[in-house]
Design a protein. Structure first.
Ligand code: TZP
Ligand code: MG
Length: 205
């Protein structure tokens, strides 16, 4: 599966409201989302595996990969296309060994110090941020702004997707900073019309 990072949707039950997860994601994909990440800090593994399987079925035939946040066991059990881990979510080498060579593996990077330790051989892409402060992630690192983002992208050995407070109006600045795409929770998930919200990003690419 070729990895198109241009519009990377992250689902979060606290930010996607009470709407059906699968319907929200399918609508966003109709609007142009190119990657979907299932992120839920509270659900049990069993709940998450069930959600992942339903999402995977809904995405079948679209070419849009399903990536699981943090939970290696869930990614494996659900047959997801990949895993995204943070700096404190365990070992890249272990995740790659468990997932196999074909799976997509992404890592969050916030600083140049972390960038210098990136295991580019075992990873497919990096998530860089936050660009802006955002209520969507508690205790996030110091915001980078577009200058900080550009500086991290320049040092990145892998394609990068920017994250944190990004809206459709930020597509140009994000791409000018060198990132391949934008990762978004609230601007799509929290919009009453996720399809139109995704389309607004796509129309600026
Ligand atoms: N990592 C850094 S910022 C962030 C994550 C998961 C949250 C992004 O959410 P939003 O609503 O697009 O600002
Ligand atoms: Mg994490």
């Amino acid at each position: 599966m070729r990895l198109d990072l241009s519009l990377y949707l992250i689902t979060d039950p606290d930010l996607c409201g009470n709407r059906d997860l699968v319907e929200t994601v399918v609508a966003a994909v109709r609007g142009g989302v190119t990657v979907v990440q299932l992120r839920d800090k509270h659900a049990s593994d069993a709940e998450l595996i069930d959600q992942a399987r339903r999402l995977k079925a809904a995405l079948s035939g679209t070419g849009v990969p399903l990536i699981i946040n943090d939970r290696l066991e869930v990614a494996l059990a659900a047959g997801a296309d990949g895993l995204h881990i943070g700096q404190d979510d365990g070992d890249v080498a272990k995740a790659r060994a468990a997932l196999g060579p074909e799976a997509i593996l992404g890592l969050s990077v916030q600083t140049h110090e972390q960038m210098a330790r990136v295991d580019a051989e075992r990873l497919d892409y990096l998530g860089l941020g936050p660009v802006f402060a955002t209520p969507s992630k508690h205790d996030h690192a110091e915001p980078l702004g577009f200058e900080g983002l550009a500086s991290l992208v320049a040092a990145s050995p892998l394609p990068a997707v920017a994250i944190g407070g990004l809206k459709a109006e930020h597509v140009a600045a994000t791409r000018n900073a060198g990132a391949q795409g934008l990762a978004v929770i609230s601007a799509i998930c929290g919009n009453p019309d996720p399809e139109a919200a995704a389309r607004a990003f796509r129309s600026r690419h």
